[in-house]
Design a protein around this ligand. Structure first.
Ligand code: PEP
Ligand code: MN
Length: 270
């Protein structure tokens, strides 16, 4: 028998319930102007939660490493102005204390799926955890990582498929949508999909976002930037603001066709 997804509450929204959840924002927070402009737009067009990296785990140590603590005041201001919950990646257990008052959900990045010390610490936190799949992680290992958090006291885990490394090099990663359908069939965790990191190409994000919804994902997390060519990280996969709007229009139509509830919005959730 198919296990039923146990919904997870994030701020005033529910992930894994009947409504589809869209999380959007830039890869990295770069300035108040950039984050506010993005957040306001995505919030007005159906995103119910904001993303934005502050501490970035970059492959190249010379790449932009994120604003770090300098982003905290920006986050406070944008959260107040938009009223939307916020998710950001925690890269080190020592950041957890500072993150607690700032984030509504802790993101564990692909590179940390096997960081059991971090997962254990997050098990002691009373906020939801967005656990990305390691790019070399088996689905079984991903589910064990989720169990690490649960076993240490925190049942509020949401999984995120973000693409895996395979022999295929035409795209940044291979989007394993089998895992979305598999996890829905075999676990109680809500699962969302990240077509931005999975494809690494702006023009592939919308079709693969729709594919993820069709595969049964409970939601999406997508990177959006008002001027992708100026982005300090991952500009090559960022949707522009009009592209995000277009994605949301197509998504609404698809969800109707699938007989699923439309995208939850700030106005219809309250
Ligand atoms: C991100 O969400 O910006 C990110 C770094 O993702 P991942 O951990 O999936 O590479
Ligand atoms: Mn990114």
């Amino acid at each position: 028998m198919t296990p039923r997804t146990h919904p997870v509450q994030v701020g005033s929204f529910t992930v894994g319930g009947p409504e589809f959840t869209v999380i959007a924002g830039p890869c990295s927070i770069e300035s108040l102007e950039q984050f506010l402009e993005t957040a306001t737009f995505v919030g007005e067009h159906g995103a119910v939660m904001l993303r934005g990296g502050m501490f970035k785990l970059r492959t190249n140590p010379s790449s932009f490493q994120g604003m770090g603590r300098d982003a905290f005041d920006i986050v406070r201001e944008v959260k107040t102005r938009t009223g939307l919950p916020f998710v950001s990646e925690v890269t080190d257990p020592r950041q957890i204390g500072d993150f607690l008052e700032l984030v509504d959900m802790f993101q564990v990045g692909s590179r940390n799926m096997h960081n059991y010390a971090l997962l254990k610490e997050l098990g002691m936190v009373k906020k939801p955890i967005l656990l990305k799949r390691g790019f070399s992680g088996l689905v079984s290992e991903w589910l064990y990582s989720a169990e690490y958090v649960v076993k240490h006291g925190n049942p509020q885990v949401i999984l995120c498929e973000r693409g895996i490394r395979t022999f295929e090099t035409s795209t940044r990663n291979t989007f394993d949508l089998n895992s979305v359908a598999f996890v829905k069939r075999n676990s109680h965790f809500p699962v969302i999909a990240d077509p931005s990191h999975a494809t690494g190409a702006t023009d592939l994000v919308t079709p693969m976002a729709l594919a993820a919804a069709a595969a049964g994902a409970d939601g999406l997390i997508v990177e959006v930037h008002p001027r992708p060519s100026e982005a300090l990280s991952d500009g090559f996969q960022a949707l522009t603001l009009p592209m995000f709007k277009d994605l949301m229009t197509k998504l609404e139509r698809l969800l109707v066709a699938l007989d699923r509830k439309p995208v939850m919005t700030a106005s219809n959730s309250r």
